[in-house]
Write a protein that binds this ligand. Structure first.
Ligand SMILES: Cc1ncc(COP(=O)(O)O)c(C=O)c1O
Length: 480
């Protein structure tokens, strides 16, 4: 009987049975890095804790009791002036910030390597993007940051900009010079918003890059689940300074979140904050030591694994808990390395045409990092040639705002015929979830061959595969 099946439940059970080493998110690593009290409660009473806004608990949308105090403690621990708890990830924090700063027709300056959540903010707000050029490390094939000069150029060209949004650190752990970016923004009275989804732990160890708030950002969002120890889907939105209308940010954060927030999720934010604030330094000392030994061994094995020596324009620091391992030099794709490691009993976070990324956290069993090293010792060299995906980062001409483009009639055409047409859909290689084409943009001539090259080595897309199935473009030219 078909209805006796529960495929997702079965898939989770099968994954647990395989029990691969967890060199991926969430950072609590299966409850191994957790606040003692919450760890015990959650372990023993997961079902009973699933509660709603009962007396004595609180209301996410108007906190006056324990949630308000928990947010206040987080504000203190992270050095913010105000902190909001989020149960729909950094995604909801980014939406709140974009909706609070931009309305229809407004300009948002943003880095081209922003996550797809920023694109959602553009569609919902009706704002137009003014893109900041990103610095691309061609060997690694990834965007690593933005320079203050690139930001200044866009702000000069767009004095009407309502806000500037950058990602720092990147998914792979590269942090930009946020102090200089904040100075550039503030000289023009523009708030700097930082997608710090991958950097919630930075406040708790001096060897990690400077946190956005300390660098002078007006707001940042942090996925505490990714690197801070809370449950998946939870995040923090921090605010400071006078450039943002805080009432409006609070309103937008409330509008984009469920009215039935999970209390275990909210409590996991409180618990992760306590753990970070009271033991974060020692916890991260251990993690950094383990990651450093592993990085050294990787280098001895001949792998390029950027660490503190890494310098590149737009990069001011590296999160040393992230092990980005370049395998392209061995003629192997990151995808193949990831599969090989999975077969060796360890699951990494992400892979791309030439790299994979392993995440270390205080929850790690050192045996997982040993498995990673052993797995790499048996990875056979291949014959894959590095592909140049630099053209994916070319800044296209914006013909229409994303909000306008997604509402106009569209037609599907083969990818090869798309250059010169206006995109009606998002093209987003996944992971890492950074769009390379946004609705409303004129499709550049180089895009088809770059996407074909990506797909040929095993790259996947979130959504329809444009290489196999074509691309949606506007049925009529803009203004027709
Ligand atoms: C850079 C970046 N920003 C934002 C997000 C969205 O975060 P969340 O999954 O917490 O909604 C992600 C998710 O991967 C991300 O990589």
């Amino acid at each position: 009987m078909r209805q006796h099946r529960a495929p997702l439940v079965a898939a989770l059970a099968a994954h647990l049975a395989r029990a691969p080493g967890r060199l991926h998110m969430p950072a609590h690593k299966g409850g191994r890095w957790v606040d003692d009290e919450f760890g015990r409660l959650f372990h023993e009473h997961a079902w009973e804790l699933d509660l709603t806004e009962l007396p004595g608990l609180d209301d996410l949308h108007w906190p006056t009791g324990p949630l308000r105090e928990a947010q206040d403690l987080a504000r203190e621990a992270f050095g913010a002036e105000e902190t909001l708890f989020l149960v729909n990830g950094s995604t909801s924090g980014l939406l709140a910030l974009i909706l609070a700063t931009c309305g229809p027709g407004d300009t948002l300056v943003l880095a081209r390597n922003c996550h797809r959540a920023a694109f959602a903010g553009l569609v919902l707000s009706g704002a137009s993007p003014a893109w900041i050029r990103v610095e691309v490390d061609v060997r690694l094939g990834i965007a690593v940051g933005v320079t203050p000069e690139a930001l200044a150029t866009v702000l000069e060209a767009h004095p009407e900009a309502r806000a500037a949004l950058v990602v720092s650190p990147t998914y792979q752990g590269f942090a930009s010079d946020l102090t200089s970016l904040a100075t550039v923004c503030h000289a023009r009275g523009v708030p700097l918003l930082v997608d710090e989804a991958h950097g919630p732990h930075f406040s708790f160890h001096p060897a990690l890059p400077l946190p956005a708030l300390r660098a002078g950002a007006d707001a940042c969002v942090q996925s505490l689940h990714k690197a801070g120890g809370s449950l998946t889907g939870t995040a923090l939105l921090h605010l400071q300074g006078k450039l943002l209308d805080r009432d409006r940010v609070r309103l937008m954060a409330s509008l984009v979140q469920t009215t039935s927030p999970s209390f275990p999720l909210l409590a996991s934010l409180d618990a992760a904050r306590r753990r970070l604030a009271t033991c974060g330094r020692e916890d991260l000392d251990r993690t950094l030591a383990l990651a450093t030994i592993t990085r050294r061994r990787l280098c001895e094995l001949g792998y390029h694994c950027p660490g503190e020596e890494y310098t590149f324009p737009g990069v001011a620091g590296v999160d040393l808990t992230r092990l980005l391992v370049h395998v392209g030099d061995r003629g192997v794709t990151g995808y193949r390395a990831e599969r090989h490691l999975r077969a060796s009993g360890v699951q990494v976070e992400y892979s791309d045409p030439v790299n994979f990324l392993a995440l270390a956290s205080p929850g790690d069993d050192p045996a997982w990092l040993q498995s990673l090293l052993h797995g790499l010792c048996t990875l056979p060299p291949g014959t894959a040639r590095p592909i140049d995906l630099g053209s994916l980062w070319t800044l296209p001409h914006v013909a229409l705002s994303p909000a306008e483009a997604v509402r106009l009639p569209r037609k599907r055409i083969p990818l090869r015929r798309a250059p010169g047409q206006v995109a009606a859909e998002l093209v987003c290689p996944y992971p890492p979830g950074v769009p390379v084409l946004v609705p409303g943009e004129v499709i550049p001539a180089e895009l088809p061959s770059a996407l074909e090259a990506l797909a040929a080595v095993g790259g996947r897309f979130q959504g329809r595969d444009p290489v196999k199935e074509g691309l949606d473009v506007l049925a009529l030219p803009p203004g027709a």
